[in-house]
Design a protein around this ligand. Structure first.
Ligand code: ZN
Length: 204
């Protein structure tokens, strides 16, 4: 690890080991189990350089390079900390070598991202408009939601169900699975590849 990459790596370790992650809940989505304990454990993988963190113009995870790329060196708000949880969730399933398509992988990550944001205390949970979202202004100056927003809208709902579930491992319902996958398919970044297999291959 170059000295340059230490800043995003330490920032990621700090998020994965924070008290918000410790409050996250287990859930299954199409047979794949999200584990907050595993997520926190990835901090060790960063310390020993199995998992790397670097910066790029867009945030993404590379299973080939076992690297989380962030579009900031350190998070400035809960939304950016939740983005780290999203990318680290991809690493969780890569390191287990789980076979899944892009729609499932992104669904798991967006739900985890929304769950972290809900637990962060940075959002008014009584106001349905106050959530992770993706929107813009039209020519009249009115706000409108982008196609990117469906993943946050649905992920925010599912995260609420998980947190209210009161069970050890919450199983996301078949209906919610279908709707979450559709939300990913509608996202411009995943329109063409949502049915492709991920290249998750373990620590290699
Ligand atoms: Zn993703």
């Amino acid at each position: 690890m170059s000295i340059f990459d230490c800043v995003p790596a330490i920032a990621t370790i700090n998020v994965l080991t924070d008290s918000t992650v410790s409050k996250m809940k287990y859930f299954t989505f199409e047979g794949h189990t999200f584990s907050p304990l595993y997520l926190a454990g990835l901090a060790e993988d960063i310390k020993y350089n199995y998992l790397k963190v670097s910066t790029s113009s867009e945030p993404y995870y590379s299973a080939v390079k076992n690297t989380i790329y962030l579009n900031f060196p350190t998070p400035k708000n809960a939304g950016q900390r939740a983005m780290i949880v999203h990318e680290a969730t991809h690493a969780m399933f890569d390191f287990q070598g789980r076979k899944m398509d892009v729609a499932t992988s992104e669904s798991l990550s967006f739900i985890a991202q929304c769950m972290y944001a809900r637990l962060s205390g940075a959002f008014n949970l009584n106001d349905p408009e106050d959530r992770l979202s993706s929107w813009d202004w039209d020519a009249n100056g009115d706000a409108y939601y982008l196609p990117n927003d469906a993943v946050f809208k649905k992920g925010w709902e599912i995260a609420a169900s998980i947190l209210a579930g009161g069970v050890n491992i919450f199983a996301v319902s078949g209906r919610d699975v279908t709707e979450m996958r559709s939300a990913v398919a509608a996202h411009p970044n995943y329109k063409s590849n949502h049915l492709d297999k991920t290249d998750f291959n373990g620590y290699r």
